[in-house]
Design a protein around this ligand. Structure first.
Ligand SMILES: Cc1cc2nc3c(=O)[nH]c(=O)nc-3n(C[C@H](O)[C@H](O)[C@H](O)COP(=O)(O)OP(=O)(O)OC[C@H]3O[C@@H](n4cnc5c(N)ncnc54)[C@H](O)[C@@H]3O)c2cc1C
Length: 291
């Protein structure tokens, strides 16, 4: 049986205490939220932190709420809470699409949005969702707070902008009235990580695409935005011609690797097909009134 290397363990009862512990004990200290990414890595000895700071008592960071023209999601919000949020279901059903295909109930009951985004796994579904929607992350340290766009959050696979004495406290998503959104994923077995996945949102005015976002999972950097595909959609009549053009651009933009989940060319083809499907479904939801 695989076991982690020895480590010290402390509970934090507030964000301030968590930040103080991170600062006091230095870079070999890691936060643990749901533990569904960090603990497997520790068991495989791919991560060997000297100390864990458990933030599961910070229940005031578990919320999904509307704040003016934004949705605020606390970093400790579990997958299961995202899946059952009426606010997200009505404004951004892309979250429910993604949550339905993330892992299994055990992982979804425990894993958090903060942990998911901070893990920086290129196949992470919520990274693609938040990048698609042009969300941002609030990052706290003992000296203040900064806000980083999700699209700038990753320095590379498993590498984020969060420093050793910092913590993500909130994810913010802009509300776009009338937007439709969707997430399409292909995996080998139900609940598995993506072979490829595509998220998108659309707003349509007078039949023309006014605004859009496309984010990719498992085919490049975490949450990889398909910028050329987005540019090609804006200002174009909503419909198959626009979706086909965006699908080709998203496929050209992604950087899949051949691995145990399949050859790179197969993943590229999947990106094209999933982009088309996601755009069709998002457009249908625009017609249906945004959800
Ligand atoms: C069997 C299995 C299948 C899975 N399948 C999928 C899947 O299909 N799709 C998918 O997207 N995910 C999948 N996951 C991952 C799952 O979504 C995890 O919940 C998620 O990756 C990590 O969330 P966590 O709260 O468990 O983070 P943790 O494991 O606790 O932490 C992960 C990392 O983030 C850091 N961290 C945690 N919270 C914060 C914070 N607030 N601020 C700064 N740093 C923080 C930790 O220090 C650690 O480095 C799967 C996991 C398992 C075990």
């Amino acid at each position: 049986m695989q076991t982690p290397a020895p480590f010290e363990y402390e509970h934090a009862s507030s964000v301030d205490e968590a930040l103080a512990l991170l600062e006091r004990h230095g870079p070999e200290t890691r936060l643990v939220a749901g533990g569904h990414s960090l603990l497997p890595m520790m068991k495989l000895r791919l991560a060997r932190p000297e100390r864990l700071v458990d933030v599961n008592d910070l229940t005031d960071l578990a919320y999904v709420r509307r704040e003016g023209d934004q949705i605020a999601i606390g970093a400790l919000t579990r997958h299961a809470q995202l899946a059952s949020s009426p606010l997200l279901a009505s404004l951004y059903p892309i979250f429910q699409d993604a949550e339905r295909v993330i892992a299994d109930p055990v992982v979804r009951n425990r894993g958090t949005i903060g942990g998911s985004l901070c893990q920086g796994d290129p196949a992470e579904d919520l990274s693609a969702v938040v990048a698609t929607l042009g969300g941002s992350l609030k990052i706290r340290s003992r000296t203040g707070e900064r806000v980083v766009a999700a699209r700038d959050f990753y320095l590379g696979p498993y590498e984020t902008q969060v420093g050793p004495a910092e913590m993500v406290t909130e994810v913010v998503i802009p509300i776009r009235p009338g937007a439709g959104s969707a997430y399409e994923k292909v995996e080998r077995r139900p609940g598995d990580w993506a072979i490829a996945a595509v998220g998108c949102f659309l707003t349509v005015s007078g039949g023309v695409i006014a605004d859009c976002g496309i984010g990719l999972a498992a085919v490049g950097a975490p949450g990889l935005p398909a910028l050329e595909a987005e540019a090609a959609l804006r200002g174009r009549p909503a419909g198959e011609e626009a979706y086909a053009a965006a699908a080709q651009m998203a496929a050209a933009h992604c950087r899949p690797q051949t691995d145990q989940r399949g050859p790179a060319e197969y993943k590229r083809d999947l990106v094209a097909e999933l982009t088309r499907r996601a755009l069709r479904r998002a457009a249908a939801r625009v017609m249906a009134g945004g959800a």
